[in-house]
Write a protein that binds this ligand. Structure first.
Ligand code: IMP
Length: 188
């Protein structure tokens, strides 16, 4: 019998899970949700944060899993909020970010997906260039109402095909190639 899930997505953020599930479905990978709030270490490296989170998640979930860590890096703020994006969103939010930026609005979203099982810890990163809009537009979660991906005039919150081009999609595509190859090599 086919198992119901291939691996778990450990996070407290159901928006991220829904997007990741839909993306991995398209690659034939079944993703379950293990809802858990993971402590984040303070570090300038998203990879370091992600790998620590994944190891902690494995202690709780005890099944093959992925976790995701993201950051919004704004050029004119020397990459701020970057690894501190979650804290900045909770404290000053999109309104606060818009107040901080003047003319130069270039930014990028970075996603790190870290896979963890008993023996393996492996990370996959991707970035998506774009700009920060002048006003919040559309109804979306997190920074979606202020992030305009390159070659678009609309924010993530206004487009309906975010999952075909986002930072999350790009990182999960890299992960899927690796994961499916690993499963094939293991004869699964
Ligand atoms: P985290 O630390 O990985 O949870 O993410 C950092 C911050 O970026 C959080 O406030 C998230 O809500 C936000 N974030 C991550 N990915 C996205 C996205 O795809 N759209 C909007 N906000 C996002």
């Amino acid at each position: 019998m086919r198992k119901s899930f291939d691996l778990y997505f450990v996070s407290s953020n159901s928006h991220k899970y829904k997007e990741a599930k839909s993306i991995l479905d398209s690659f034939g990978i079944k993703l379950g949700f293990f809802k858990l709030s993971l402590e984040e270490i303070q570090s300038n490296s998203l990879r370091e944060i992600a790998e620590k989170k994944a190891k902690n998640a494995f202690l709780k979930c005890k099944k093959p899993l992925i976790i995701e860590d993201d950051g919004l890096f704004i050029d004119s703020l020397n990459g701020f909020p970057g690894p501190y994006s979650s804290y900045v969103f909770k404290t000053i939010g999109n309104k606060g970010i818009l107040k901080l930026i003047s003319l130069k609005r270039k930014a990028k979203f970075v996603s790190i997906i870290t896979y963890c099982d008993k023996k393996t810890l492996e990370s996959f990163d991707a970035k998506l260039d774009g700009t920060v809009s002048k006003l919040q537009k559309g109804k979306g979660w997190g920074y979606d109402p202020i992030f305009v991906p390159k070659n678009s005039r609309k924010t993530f919150a206004e487009i309906n095909n975010k999952n075909e081009s986002s930072h999350r999609f790009k990182a999960l595509k890299k992960f899927s190639n690796w994961y499916l190859h690993k499963m094939e090599s293991n004869g699964q």
